[in-house]
Ligand binder design. Structure first.
Ligand code: NAD
Length: 478
């Protein structure tokens, strides 16, 4: 049995234990066996990162550019193979998985360029004869904690800028999907980084994650995951007086106005709510629809859902893969039950499905006749479940869209420039989509939300420098 090991202080090492990773499309299939790190392993990884920091933080930009470029090139060259691994371990369809791998390659490519563009500012002082120079320095040792739903893209969009700006990394992927993270780490490790700059510690949040949170030798933590874990990360970081960034849940609204093009709205909602099995933080789980188009929209969306094939993620013709595991399936089914008990009408789906092979298959569920106070409209379900809320007009739609503790992404389908512009200005979300699904973003522009969805600087694009660097203001009298 091959155990995929952790990588600590420049060496592949066994963990305290190892666990198997299963295919949610076929639970008889083991993807591989992956080490789980102990607290001592985490301790060693942090020590190695600290030891490597002085040299790496002063490394040349050409060296960093070349390494990141090499990583991006290898990911891209292997996108089909890595996409297959990702689809098998996470359950998104093969085209979605290959798309995610391609995204990871593009992110490394983007940050290989950003290394060369890092600049400071020089200003005149208010005091004559003095110069003021503002520069960005690495933040130090960065702890990276990632969720299971984007097993290669989210690690990529944290690791690439961390290394680009001269930081050392301790990376803890989600326990459920170590395969893609391990493959990415293997590529990074072979690209020529000095010993200790990059460390992989796979394993449980309660062991590996907590050991990272409680170690003051980590200078900054970047976290993507649930609100509950995000709160733990925040309080540990405050306790240790360190920088942190949180990307958490969503309950993203998609507003459909009477004047929307029906086909555009149905496609945006089917994609935003149900593709990637609805397991996206940017999924449109609340469809806010004005009464003039409501009935036509519900019947067209229901017809669209009837045509979606739910099956093995790697089978050609599959539109929706399985739910990631039994726990998430139980959570989805329990919310489908809660919705019905709350008085919502289950207009389509919500049934557990049987396929040729044993897997966590769920028919996408659409609720109608729902209201903003129902739990299915307030709590993140994180599955292929969406609910329609009928509203009178645009003003009510905007109020309902904003009636949430979350604020990640929001969308509107309309042909009215007036309403689109008003919505862009007034919706309380970090990202706004007009006539586009709430999910699906570019890699060279900022990603992140407001309210309970995010905390700290934005990720991705040039804005990533805010988190991965710290500013120094130097005064000099020549
Ligand atoms: P999770 O919070 O359970 O786990 C996220 C990571 O934290 C995992 O690596 C996990 O092992 C680790 N962890 C768990 N307990 C920990 C602890 N006590 N200390 C330190 N680390 C710990 O989330 P998940 O189930 O993997 O991911 C789903 C969630 O992620 C959803 O809420 C989704 O909305 C969110 N998400 C957000 C974004 C975004 O950018 N806003 C993107 C993707 C996913």
């Amino acid at each position: 049995m091959t155990v995929h090991q952790n990588f600590i202080a420049g060496r592949w090492t066994d963990g305290a234990e190892a666990a198997e990773n299963y295919n949610p499309s076929n639970t008889n299939e083991v993807i591989g066996t992956y080490a789980r790190a102990s607290r001592k392993d985490v301790d060693d990884a942090i020590a190695a990162a600290r030891a490597a920091l002085p040299a790496w933080s002063r490394s040349g930009i050409q060296q960093r550019h070349d390494i990141l470029k090499k990583v991006g090139d290898e990911i891209l060259a292997r996108k089909d193979e890595l996409g297959l691994l990702l689809a098998r371990e996470e359950g998104k369809t093969l085209p979605e998985a290959v798309g995610e791998v391609t995204r990871a390659a593009q992110i490394f490519d983007f940050f290989s360029g950003e290394v060369l563009r890092l600049a400071g500012e020089k200003l005149a002082s208010t005091r004559p004869g003095i110069e003021v120079e503002i520069t960005r320095e690495p933040v130090g040792v960065v702890g990276i904690i990632t969720p299971w739903n984007f097993p290669i893209a989210i690690p990529a969009w944290k690791i690439a800028p961390a290394l680009a700006y001269g930081n050392c990394v301790v990376f803890k992927p989600a326990d459920l999907v170590p395969g893609s993270a391990w493959a990415l780490s293997d590529i990074i490790i072979r690209a020529g980084l000095p010993e200790g700059v990059f460390n992989l510690v796979m394993g449980r949040g309660s062991v590996v994650g907590e050991a990272m949170l409680n170690d003051p030798r980590i200078d900054a933590i970047t976290f993507t995951g649930s609100v509950a874990t995000g709160k733990k990360v925040a309080s540990a970081c405050v306790e240790n007086m360190r920088k942190f960034q949180l990307e958490m849940g969503g309950k993203n609204p998609m507003v459909v106005l009477d004047d929307a093009e029906l086909g555009v709205a149905v496609e945006a909602c089917a994609n935003g709510a149900f593709f990637s099995t609805g397991q996206r933080c940017t999924a449109s789980s609340r469809l806010v629809v004005t009464e003039g188009i409501h009935d036509r929209f519900v019947s067209a969306l229901t017809e669209r859902l009837k045509g979606l094939v739910v099956d093995d993620a790697v089978k050609s013709g599959t539109h929706i893969g399985p739910v990631v595991d039994q726990n998430q399936l139980d959570q989805d089914l329990s919310y489908i039950d809660i919705g019905q008990k709350e008085g919502a009408r289950l207009a389509w789906g919500g049934e557990r499905l049987k396929r040729d092979q044993p897997g966590f298959y769920l028919q996408p569920a659409l609720f109608t006749e729902t209201s903003a106070d129902m739990r299915i409209n307030r709590e993140e379900i994180f599955g292929p479940v969406a609910s329609v809320m009928r509203v009178k007009d645009y003003d009510e739609a905007l109020a309902v869209a904003n009636d949430t503790i979350f604020g990640l992404s929001a969308g509107i389908c309309t042909t009215s420039l007036k309403h689109a512009s008003h919505f862009r200005r007034n919706v309380e979300a970090g990202m706004v989509m007009v006539n586009l699904p709430t999910a699906g973003v570019d890699y060279h522009v900022p990603f992140g939300g407001r309210k309970g969805s995010s905390y700290g600087p934005r990720e991705q694009g040039r804005y990533a420098a805010e988190f991965y660097t710290t500013v120094k203001t130097a005064y000099t009298q020549p």
